[in-house]
Design a protein around this ligand. Sequence first.
Ligand SMILES: [Zn+2]
Length: 69
Amino acid sequence: MNTTTRLTRPHRFARTSCSQCGGDLGPGNHGTSDCRTHMAEADAAIRALLTPAQIRRMDARDAARAVRS
Ligand SMILES: [Zn+2]
């Protein structure tokens, strides 16, 4: 499948979900059975919208939280 086909092709499912947490993951071609999959995708999507300074702040906050827990 080339890039154009992938971008114009509609998602196979109007809704997908995570079978581990039952979360609604929105339109897609497949769901997931592992929360780590959609957590990683959400993290990547958020980082794509942030500036490098904001990402550094987010990483520092996550590190602080990891130390406390
Ligand atoms: Zn999940």
